[in-house]
Design a binder for this molecule. Structure first.
Ligand code: CTP
Ligand code: MG
Length: 231
C-alpha cells in the first residue's frame, strides 16, 4: 500500500496580546531557543513530509534566517503570511500545501508536543478523517448565562479540553475552510469547529498531554521552560 502524505500548518502569525510582550510570544526565547523552534523540531523529526509556516506580516525573513536556517530545518516548504484571525492564518497555510493527503494544524505557541503524540494523531486521522488531541478537564466546568449565573454543569467525564495538533483529511478541511470564509467566517476557537459547522464529519478526540500547554500569559513561560528542559 502506498503511504499517505502528510502536511503540517504551523501557526505563528498571532500578536500575543495576552502575553503583552514586544516580541510576539512564539518567538520569545525559552532555554535559549525561540518557542517556535520546539514544535518545529518535533514535526521535523516526525513522519510529516512538508511543513508550512504561517507568520506575521514582515516576519518572513527573520523566521527564515533565525529559525529555519539557523537550526537547519529541511521540511519547511513555504513561509506564508497569516491573517487577522487565527482562522484566516489557517486558511492561508492550507492554500500553500501541495499534494498532501492529510494535514496537521498546530499552534506555534504550543512547544511541548512530542513525536509519539504526533504519531498517535497521524494514525488516528487515517481511520477517522478528523481528530484532535485533548485531555479530560481536571476542573469541573460550569456553563453560565450572560449574568454569570450557572445554568448547567456538564458531566466531567465527558468534558475534554482540546489542544493542537488537530489533524484532518486535507481536501475535507480545505473545502470546509473555503466554505467558511465565503460565508464570512464567524469566530471559531479551533479548526474542528469549522468542520462541525460546515460538514457532518465526526471528530475524534484522542489523548494529548497535560504538558501540552499553549503559552498564553506570562506565567505559562515558567511552565514550558521546565517541561522543555533538556530538549
Ligand atoms: N495565530 C495565527 N494568526 C492569528 C492569530 C493567532 O497564526 N491571526 C496563532 C498564534 O501565533 C498561536 C496560535 O494561533 O500560535 C494560537 O493563538 P493564540 O494563543 O490566541 O495566540 P495570539 O492570538 O497570538 O494571542 P492573543 O490571543 O493573546 O492575542
Ligand atoms: Mg488569539
Amino acid at each position: 500500500m502506498v503511504r499517505p502524505t502528510y502536511g503540517a500548518v504551523l501557526l505563528a502569525a498571532g500578536k500575543g496580546s495576552r502575553m503583552n510582550t514586544e516580541t510576539p510570544k512564539q518567538y520569545l526565547p525559552v532555554n535559549g531557543r525561540p518557542i517556535l523552534y520546539y514544535s518545529l523540531a518535533v514535526l521535523e523529526a516526525s513522519d510529516v513530509d512538508q511543513i508550512v509556516l504561517v507568520v506575521g506580516d514582515g516576519e518572513e525573513e527573520w523566521v527564515r534566517e533565525e529559525v529555519v536556517e539557523r537550526f537547519g530545518f529541511r521540511k519547511v516548504s513555504a513561509i506564508v503570511q497569516g491573517g487577522k484571525e487565527r482562522s484566516h492564518s489557517v486558511h492561508n497555510g492550507l492554500g500553500a500545501l501541495r499534494g498532501v493527503d492529510y494535514v496537521l494544524i498546530h499552534d506555534g505557541a504550543r512547544p511541548c508536543i512530542d513525536v509519539p503524540m504526533v504519531k498517535r494523531v497521524m494514525e488516528a486521522v487515517e481511520d477517522c478523517k478528523a481528530c484532535v488531541v485533548g485531555m479530560p478537564m481536571k476542573d469541573t466546568v460550569k456553563i453560565v448565562d450572560g449574568d454569570n449565573t450557572v445554568v448547567d454543569t456538564p458531566n466531567r467525564d465527558r468534558v475534554w479540553g482540546v489542544q493542537t495538533p488537530q489533524a484532518f483529511d486535507y481536501l475535507m478541511i480545505k473545502g470546509a475552510y473555503e466554505a467558511y470564509m465565503e460565508r464570512g467566517g464567524q469566530p471559531v476557537t479551533d479548526d474542528a469547529m469549522v468542520l462541525e459547522h460546515m460538514t457532518d464529519c465526526r471528530v475524534k478526540v484522542i489523548e494529548g498531554s497535560y504538558r501540552n500547554v499553549k503559552v498564553t500569559t506570562p506565567e505559562d513561560l515558567k511552565l514550558v521552560e521546565e517541561f522543555l528542559q533538556g530538549r
